[in-house]
Design a protein. Structure first.
Length: 193
């Protein structure tokens, strides 16, 4: 998603799907990882979300990882940990004791199994075509690379088992490198090149 599309998604989000969009584009987590975030994995002291393999869930790579929180995610997670959204009425309520396990949970505290319908309804409202839930993950990686993050760091944040998988994003740095090199002005003659 472009920055304009991200703003459109957030603007047109209802309280329910907004949570998934914010966490998805801010962490690059796979859909299964998002739906399995436990409140105990959100670590404000270290400013990270711990992606942990346990008896209830295994990541694709079977490796634990930590994903740092940006300012937006940290601010929003404080709200999300204190509340839950009734997806039928789109109303926000304080969490109950039963809702103290999963970040994304139903009224009874059980984990939400899918966000497909809400996600695709949002895409229809925004007019964004040819996007999937996985597009949030690609958005995270693409924007990291375009803003100067090195491929190895992106690999670790994404939880890719091999750097080769992450290298699909490497082409995004070329234009940014060209723009950076244009900042070099060693003599007046280069201004005309």
């Amino acid at each position: 998603f472009s920055e304009t599309e991200i703003q459109s998604l957030l603007t047109h989000s209802n309280p329910y799907i907004e949570r998934f969009i914010v966490v998805g584009i801010s962490t690059g987590m796979r859909a299964g990882e998002l739906l399995n975030i436990k409140l105990s994995q959100v670590d404000f002291n270290n400013n990270v979300i711990h992606v942990i393999n346990d008896q209830d869930f295994q990541t694709k790579s079977r490796k634990n990882r930590d994903i740092p929180m940006n300012k937006l995610l940290r601010r929003k997670l404080k709200e999300y940990l204190a509340t839950w959204v009734n997806s039928d009425k789109m109303t926000t309520h304080p969490r109950t004791q039963a809702q103290s396990d999963y970040l994304f949970c139903a009224k009874d505290g059980s984990r939400i199994k899918s966000i497909k319908r809400s996600y695709y309804n949002l895409l229809n409202r925004t007019g964004i075509k040819e996007a999937t839930i996985h597009t949030m993950r690609h958005t995270f990686a693409s924007h990291l690379v375009m803003n100067g993050a090195d491929i190895r760091t992106v690999q670790e944040l994404m939880g890719h088992s091999s750097i080769g998988v992450t290298e699909i994003y490497a082409h995004l740095t070329n234009n940014h490198k060209q723009q950076a090199v244009k900042l070099l002005k060693f003599s007046k003659e280069e201004d005309h090149v």
